[in-house]
Write a protein that binds this ligand. Structure first.
Ligand SMILES: CC(C)(COP(=O)(O)OP(=O)(O)OC[C@H]1O[C@@H](n2cnc3c(N)ncnc32)[C@H](O)[C@@H]1OP(=O)(O)O)[C@@H](O)C(=O)NCCC(=O)NCCS
Length: 190
């Protein structure tokens, strides 16, 4: 990897970096393709320009934004607010790399854990988070107004424990070895 700091990195055409206003056309394209009720462009813009507790990243592959993720970091906890991968680049490990990049940032900032809400019917995302070590700690009834679905509240605990930090960092490093190759295969239509 050419550089890495607090969840950011670059290797073999794949770059994970902070989201910029100039990325928002591509981010909105992925957002609209991914959610029944997409965020507005203005919501992203406020997050990346005015919220000092927000950390938003994009995955850029060969110059194109192929995924993004964001969170708030407050009071020693991370809270993942949004994540999506372009439909043509899914199932290549990028979602996991994005989640663990946010987690790396949390670890660097001394956070103890990470929370998020996920739709009860979004099994793909639930599988992804479980693979990253999240466990269910609650349920918010009829949380999503568009479909009336419940939200499951998931939590990744113990980020202050050296063995947990070590395991998550090793997995993050391993993904940097795998994901660029798997994205190249997606590009040529494998
Ligand atoms: C959820 C999402 C970000 C996953 O991105 P991705 O790049 O495809 O995920 P990965 O390739 O890293 O998958 C990691 C693991 O997640 C799980 N997973 C991902 N997609 C899955 C699917 N469609 N069905 C079942 N499990 C799935 C698997 O366990 C997978 O590991 P495996 O490939 O070894 O089986 C992507 O499907 C997406 O953008 N969905 C729409 C937006 C969304 O739902 N965001 C989450 C909001 S809470």
């Amino acid at each position: 990897m050419r550089f890495k700091s607090a969840g950011l990195g670059e290797k073999e055409g794949l770059r994970i970096r902070r989201m910029k206003v100039e990325d928002l056309d591509q981010v909105m394209e992925i957002e609209r393709a991914s959610f029944p009720t997409p965020w507005s462009r203005g919501s992203f813009e406020i997050e990346i320009t005015r919220n000092p507790n927000a950390f938003y990243i994009v995955a850029e592959f060969e110059g194109r934004v192929v995924g993004f993720a964001g969170m708030w970091l407050t009071a020693g906890e991370g809270h993942i607010t949004n994540i999506a991968v372009h439909p043509d680049f899914r199932r290549r490990g990028l979602g996991e790399l994005l989640v663990l990049s946010l987690v790396q940032r949390c670890i660097a900032e001394g956070a103890r854990g990470v929370t998020l809400e996920v739709r009860e019917r979004n099994l793909a995302a639930q599988q992804l988070y479980r693979k990253c070590g999240f466990v269910q700690v609650g349920r918010r009834r009829h949380y999503y107004l568009d479909t009336g679905e419940d939200a499951l509240v998931l939590y990744l605990p113990d980020l202050d424990l050296p063995e947990v930090k070590g395991e998550l960092s090793r997995r993050w490093e391993a993904l940097w070895d795998e994901v660029p190759r798997r994205l190249r295969a997606a590009r040529v239509g494998d």
